[in-house]
Design a binder for this molecule. Structure first.
Ligand code: IPE
Ligand code: IPE
Ligand code: MG
Length: 241
C-alpha cells in the first residue's frame, strides 16, 4: 500500500460533537485535543512523515470571545503538557500561520516547542495556528515585493519555487492527502497553494471521534487513488491510445 508522506487534517466538528451530547463547545474542543494526541501517535506508527493539523484559522477570530480564549488556552495546555512526551518520541514541531497576531506568551511557547524539537527526526507535526492560506500568500507576496524594492531579486526571478520558499511551509513537501472530518467538503482557507495536487478524503465523523481506524480508512482510500498531475498514466495506456 502506498503510504502518503504528508497527511494534512482539517480537524472539524468539535462543536457538533459536543452539541450532540448536550455539552458546551469547550468539551468538544477538549475531546478534540485527545483525538489529536491519538492521531499523532497513530501517524508515527503508520509511517507518515509529515502531519499537518488545522487548529485555528485566521477566520476563527470571528467566534465568540469566550470560545477564542478557550481555544488559545487549549493550545497552551497542549504544548505545556505534551511537549516533553512529543520530544521524547522524536516528534519535530513546526508552526505555520501568522504569529504576529498572537499573544506574546503563546508566541513564546510556540518558539520553545520548535526550538526544543528542531533536531528530531521521527514525525514532523505541523500545527496551523492563526493560519489562513490567503493571508500566508499575501505575506509571501509582500516579502517578495520588498526583496524586489531593495534590488535583491528581479521580478522575472519569481517562480513557483520562490513563491513556495516564501510561504510558511517553506521546506515542507506538499500534502499528499488532505482529510476533513465532520462531513463538510471545503478547504476553509487551508493550504490553498500546497494542496494543488493533493488527494482529498472527507469523513463523516466529528473530529473527537477520529482515531487510528479512521486514519487507516483514509490511507486505504488514498492508496486506491491514481495521481496524474495533469499527465497520463503510462502503465494504463493501451496501444491504440
Ligand atoms: C473544529 O471544530 C475546531 C476549530 C475550528 C477550532 P469546530 O469548532 O469548527 O466545530 P463545529 O464545526 O462547529 O462542529
Ligand atoms: C476550519 O474549520 C478551521 C479549523 C478546523 C481550524 P471551520 O469550522 O472554522 O470552517 P468553516 O467555518 O466550517 O468553513
Ligand atoms: Mg467547524
Amino acid at each position: 500500500m502506498t503510504t502518503p508522506a504528508h497527511v494534512a487534517i482539517i480537524m472539524d466538528g468539535n462543536g457538533r460533537w459536543a452539541k450532540a451530547r448536550g455539552l458546551p463547545r469547550l468539551a468538544g474542543h477538549r475531546a478534540g485535543v485527545e483525538a489529536l494526541r491519538k492521531t499523532v501517535r497513530a501517524a508515527g506508527e503508520l509511517g507518515i512523515t509529515w502531519l499537518t493539523v488545522y487548529a485555528f484559522s485566521s477566520e476563527n477570530w470571528s467566534r465568540p470571545k469566550t470560545e477564542i480564549s478557550d481555544l488559545m488556552g487549549l493550545l497552551k495546555i497542549f504544548i505545556r503538557r505534551d511537549l516533553a512526551e512529543l520530544h521524547h518520541s522524536g516528534v519535530k514541531i513546526r508552526i505555520i500561520g501568522d504569529r504576529d497576531g498572537l499573544q506574546p506568551d503563546i508566541r513564546a511557547l510556540l518558539t520553545e516547542a520548535e526550538t526544543l524539537t528542531r533536531n528530531n527526526r521521527a514525525l514532523t507535526l505541523v500545527i496551523a495556528f492563526n493560519y489562513g492560506a490567503r493571508d500566508e500568500i499575501v505575506r509571501a507576496a509582500r516579502k517578495l515585493a520588498e526583496a524586489i524594492a531593495k534590488g535583491e531579486i528581479t521580478a522575472d526571478a519569481i517562480s513557483s519555487e520562490t513563491v513556495g520558499a516564501h510561504l510558511d511551509t517553506a521546506g515542507i513537501p506538499d500534502p499528499d492527502l488532505v482529510i476533513r472530518t465532520s462531513g463538510e467538503q471545503r478547504l476553509s482557507n487551508f493550504l490553498l497553494w500546497q494542496a494543488a495536487y493533493s488527494e482529498f478524503v472527507f469523513q463523516p465523523c466529528f473530529w473527537p471521534d477520529f482515531g487510528r481506524t479512521e486514519l487507516e480508512d483514509a490511507l486505504q482510500a488514498f492508496a486506491a487513488r491514481e495521481r496524474r498531475y495533469g499527465g497520463v498514466d503510462a502503465t494504463k495506456q493501451g496501444v491504440a491510445s
